[in-house]
Design a protein around this ligand. Structure first.
Ligand SMILES: [Ca+2]
Ligand SMILES: [Ca+2]
Length: 472
């Protein structure tokens, strides 16, 4: 069975690719922990992060390019700002991300968090929960700090997840509101953002620990974390700033789209990461398909459009399997300078996929069960509708699994698609080809089966979708 690269594998940074996907080794070699920032960075502009922050070295040609696209600011993208509302940085913000990716105490490359009141021996042996450390070397000029957790949602029914910083009171970790009143019963891999009170943090080494509750075997896990510091914006020292430059007229005629960035000083830039706002499969289990598409992996941005760490910091985005879009795609970039300070560019509106002879449809799953995990010869199902087979050229099953390699077998309409997905105790995003003859016009039913006596093969919310590529 041919495995097809997922979004996270398309990042142009080969180093990131090798570290994350192929070797599954520690990302220490990819994460720069050089914390040489001596003074708080400052920037000209407003305090609210919504005003123009522009590069000042635009050439004549790039100015013309800019004229052909509109740079939009926060107030102009109402209805398309879920990313910002969920606590992530907005255009104009200046941040620094402190990454934690180990040492892992009770698993390899991930860490368990167990209900302290658990009674079964297989859970109790992981207690007490580890106290972890992270160095935040400089809080001068920092306005606020938040934590982003790469979270496996855990065993069915695990709830009341909390974090404690430096021995202070427990802080709630919110589940996605879009999952309703019982989020603890969905299998999911999410990226919650937790606001940390400044008075709980110290310059230097900080400790953090987690907890949870459950009526059964309460346990969740994380693979990595980010402590993200936001700096006050002040007049004075200028930061590296920039604007994303789209293809001419914002139209992508081929499947490969080149994105560039117009930088105020490229000599001070370490890397540029491009993120798009568009509709695609829900890879962060929040039941939102149309949003800024990215997540984190071992503390680094992942599943985004791409990263470049070489001047002139452009990327080529393979849009072959990006679904058709109702609206132009918004794109912004995170610019990381040589001191690991990150600025967020304005969002550029927008990129249109100019598809004359092809079309890509994303069909969303429904009738998806809660607790979508199987073991011990159990099987569970969900559905997807394919309204039209005319012109169908290729099709893919799209999904995220946890422990998918525990003998998970995946069927459509009772015919096997694959028995080889994912990893043992880890998240995996996959797009797997489906033989076209197995697909029915109308309702199709996926079924997942596993004979394992080990951990459930879990299908992350929102279940198993389908992408179909049509020729017109
Ligand atoms: Ca989502
Ligand atoms: Ca999201």
């Amino acid at each position: 069975m041919k495995r097809i690269q997922t979004k996270s594998m398309k990042a142009v940074s080969v180093v990131l690719f090798l570290c994350i996907i192929v070797t599954s080794l520690t990302l220490v070699g990819c994460v720069n922990n050089d914390s040489s920032l001596g003074t708080a960075p400052t920037i000209s502009g407003s305090q609210n992060g919504t005003e123009t922050i522009k590069g000042n070295s635009a050439t004549e040609s790039s100015s013309k390019e800019e004229a052909s696209q509109s740079v939009v600011y926060l107030s102009d993208v109402s209805g398309r700002i879920d990313f910002f509302e969920s606590g992530h940085p907005v255009p104009g913000d200046i941040i620094k991300e402190y990454t934690w990716s180990g040492p892992y105490r009770n698993a390899a490359k991930w860490q368990r968090v167990t209900d302290p009141d658990a009674t079964r021996e297989s859970a109790v042996r992981f207690l007490p929960n580890p106290i972890n450390k992270i160095v935040i070397d400089d809080l001068k000029g920092v306005e606020k700090v938040e934590m982003i957790i790469e979270m496996w949602g855990g065993h069915n029914g695990t709830h009341s997840k909390k974090v404690k910083i430096n021995g202070n009171d427990w802080i709630d970790i919110k589940e996605p509101e879009s999952l309703g009143s019982d989020p603890q019963f969905y299998m999911k891999y999410t990226y919650p953002v937790v606001s940390i009170p400044m008075e709980q943090l110290v310059e230097g080494e900080n400790t953090f620990e987690f907890t949870c509750k459950s009526n059964a075997w309460g346990q969740w896990a994380f693979t990595g974390l980010v402590f993200r510091a936001y700096y006050y914006k002040q007049d004075g020292e200028s930061m590296v700033t920039g604007n994303v430059v789209l293809p001419k007229d914002g139209r992508a005629e081929g499947e490969e789209v080149t994105l560039a960035v117009d930088l105020s000083d490229s000599s001070k830039v370490k890397k540029v990461e491009y993120i798009g706002f568009y509709e695609d499969f829900d890879c962060d289990s929040d039941a939102i398909y149309n949003e800024w598409q990215f997540n984190y992996r071992f503390g680094n941005i992942s599943s985004h459009i791409g990263t470049s760490d070489v001047a002139p910091f452009s990327v080529t985005w393979d849009t072959t399997w990006v679904p058709d879009q109702e609206k132009p795609i918004l794109i912004l970039a995170r610019i990381t300078d040589v001191n690991d300070i990150i600025t967020i560019t304005p969002a550029v509106d927008g990129l249109t996929l100019d598809r004359k002879d092809r079309s890509v449809k994303l069909y969303k799953p429904y009738d998806v069960p809660k607790d979508f995990g199987v073991r011990a010869n159990n099987k569970k199902r969900c559905k997807v509708d394919v309204p039209d087979l005319t012109g169908m050229k290729e099709a893919r099953m799209v999904l995220a699994t946890w422990a998918g390699s525990h003998h998970g077998e995946f069927f459509i309409n009772d015919k096997l698609i694959t028995d080889n997905i994912g990893f043992s105790h880890d998240i995996s995003y996959d797009e797997i080809p489906i033989p076209l003859e197995l697909i029915l016009e109308g309702t199709n039913e996926y079924m997942v089966f596993s004979a394992t006596k080990e951990h459930d093969v879990e299908i992350m919310w929102p279940g198993i979708g389908m992408k179909v590529l049509y020729e017109k």
